[in-house]
Structure formats: structure tokens, C-alpha cells
Write a protein that binds this ligand. Structure first.
Ligand code: ZN
Length: 321
């Protein structure tokens, strides 16, 4: 794997005058794959937690990691059974982290995968959509004029405020507490933030109507992120796991879903610029368009999307024996 992270030895970071946002000091160790429970894994990276904390402080001026994890080594593991990438510690996130991130241009108004999903909604004449973790409402804003019922759920109050300014229908209720069912439940770049993917899938599926769809987009481990994705935002407590196409196939199997469509986003020019910066260690302005055309033929973009169809269990035929 290319996303092997260097093990760096650092001294204890200076935490004076730094805003700490965690509300726990408990260490949660992960002893098996959080999706399939297998204990068979490959170690694909290691990073010093102190190095992570230093980088949060340097780049964002706050520390989202509980101090109990000081001097620990974070180990990235690839499950040999379901292909999920997870970590040896469950350093969980909290609403406060997203409230602070929301002020750093965190929620994009557009993602390359939106068009693929919007085409799907149009083709299937979808009547109701629930977006779980709708952030600043970038996607809801694009579909609210032609999907009759649109609802977003979000737990960051800062993000909800952004949605309300756009007159979007949003709630801070947990998915379990939302009463209705929807033709489509979707989430964009949310699944990699949850530390129990199985539970998250189940709560989303509970809100999918009969023969409806669950759509998930998440960073693509085979895309550009594999080459440039070693930043703090790709690691706990922000990202808790990496979901591959093989993991999508595993999810389809255990939840009895049909994997009806799969799409890898194309490399965007902005991603290409980042990639060139990363491999040349130079801040090149407007790198060559010919190089972009060539690279985009061999390298996918940031995300991949899957569309699962819910299959209703077949009724047991009554036999007279
Ligand atoms: Zn697994």
C-alpha cells in the first residue's frame, strides 16, 4: 500500500494555551475489526499521536485528541476479511470538532460525485431523499427544487445554521428518531467518520423504504488520496476508517443488498495541482494541462460512490407437509 505513514519520533507537544475540545479521557483500544470482528489484519501505517497533536495545533490551533493518548502509537490496519482499514485506538470525534472545522471552509458546496447521484435520482424519479450528515447543505441545495421531499440530518449546530440560511429542511434528530422512510437515504463523506460502520449502515437502512436505495460516497483508497492523503484530516479522530470497493461488496453481502452502481470520481484539476505539489515538494502554480490530461487517465479522483438497492426478504412459501 502506498499510504504507509512514516513513524516519527517527537517530543511531547507544548499544550499550554491550546483549546482542548474532548470530553473524555478514556482510552479505547480496538482489538478486532469494527465491521466483521476478524482479528486478521496487515499493518499499513504507524504514526505518533504526539506528532498528530502538534499538527492539529500548528494548522488549526486546537487539539481534538484526549491527552490520555499522549505518547501512544496509532497503528493503521487493513482487515484481511472485509478489507476495511481501521486503527488500533478508537479516538472518537465530537460535535465541537465539527463546529470548529465548520469555520475553516470545511463544507464544500459541490463535490464531483453529486452529478452522478443527481442523474440517478432523476432517472429513477425519486420522490424523497434523506441525507445523513448533510453538513452545510451543498447537496440538498442542488436537489431541493425537483425532489418533492428532502430532509437533511446533521449534528453540528454550526452546520445547521448554514443550512437554515439556505432555507433547507434540516434536523438535529438522530437518524433513529426520524419518523418517516425515504426512497433514498444518502451520505457523502460521512461513513469514514463513524467508528461503528455496521451500526451506521443499519440505522441508514432502517430509514430506506421498500425497494429503496442507500447511496454512500467516501474517499477512494485507490484514488489520488492514496498518494497525497497523509494529512491529519485523514486520520482519527476525524477519519475513523477507509472503505474500499471490496468493503462495499462485503456490506452488500451481510446486509442483503444489491450493489446496483459503483462510480469512481474523475481527477479534478484542483486535486491534480495538490498531487503535483505533493510529489515535487514545490508550490507550482497552474501545472501543465497536458500532464493533467495524462494523469487523469491513470489516476482516479478523491471519492468513490456506491448505490445499494434494498432487497426485501422473500416470503417463505407455506408447504403442507
Ligand atoms: Zn473486517
Amino acid at each position: 500500500m502506498n499510504n504507509y505513514i512514516d513513524l516519527r519520533q517527537k517530543n511531547e507537544p507544548n499544550l499550554q494555551h491550546v483549546k482542548n475540545i474532548f470530553n473524555t479521557n478514556e482510552i479505547k483500544t480496538v482489538s478486532a475489526c469494527p465491521l466483521c470482528n476478524s482479528k486478521q489484519f496487515l499493518v499499513t501505517g504507524r504514526i505518533d499521536v504526539n506528532y498528530l497533536i502538534e499538527n492539529w495545533i500548528k494548522t488549526r490551533n486546537f487539539n481534538p485528541i484526549p491527552l490520555a493518548y499522549l505518547n501512544k502509537k496509532l497503528e493503521q490496519r487493513l482487515c484481511k476479511n472485509c478489507n476495511l482499514t481501521y486503527y488500533n485506538y478508537s479516538i472518537t470525534d465530537c460535535e465541537q470538532l465539527y463546529n470548529l472545522l465548520a469555520t475553516h471552509n470545511y463544507y464544500p458546496a459541490f463535490r464531483p460525485e453529486f452529478e452522478f447521484v443527481i442523474d440517478f435520482l432523476n432517472n429513477k424519479k425519486i420522490k424523497s431523499v434523506l441525507e445523513v450528515g448533510c453538513g452545510g447543505g451543498g447537496f440538498l441545495d442542488k436537489i431541493q427544487n425537483y425532489v418533492p421531499l428532502v430532509l437533511g440530518s446533521e449534528y453540528s449546530q454550526t452546520a445547521i445554521k448554514i443550512c437554515k440560511q439556505k432555507n433547507l429542511n434540516v434536523t438535529d434528530e438522530k437518524i433513529e428518531n426520524i419518523k418517516s422512510k425515504f426512497d433514498v437515504v444518502c451520505n457523502f463523506e460521512v461513513a469514514e467518520h463513524v467508528n461503528n460502520l455496521k451500526e451506521f449502515m443499519q440505522s441508514c437502512l432502517n430509514k430506506v423504504d421498500k425497494n429503496g436505495y442507500l447511496i454512500i460516497s467516501t474517499p477512494n483508497p485507490n484514488g489520488v488520496l492514496n498518494f497525497v492523503g497523509d494529512g491529519i484530516l485523514d486520520l482519527p479522530p476525524h477519519h475513523q476508517c477507509i472503505i474500499s470497493k471490496k468493503t462495499f461488496e462485503y456490506l452488500a453481502k451481510i446486509f442483503n443488498l444489491k450493489l446496483t452502481a459503483y462510480y469512481e470520481t474523475k481527477l479534478t484539476y484542483a486535486e491534480y495541482e495538490n498531487y503535483v505539489k505533493h510529489i515535487t515538494h514545490k508550490n507550482l502554480e497552474s501545472p501543465d494541462i497536458a500532464g493533467f490530461n495524462l494523469t487523469s487517465k491513470i489516476l482516479s479522483g478523491h471519492s468513490h460512490v456506491v448505490i445499494f438497492k434494498k432487497i426485501e426478504p422473500k416470503k417463505q412459501l407455506k408447504t403442507n407437509i
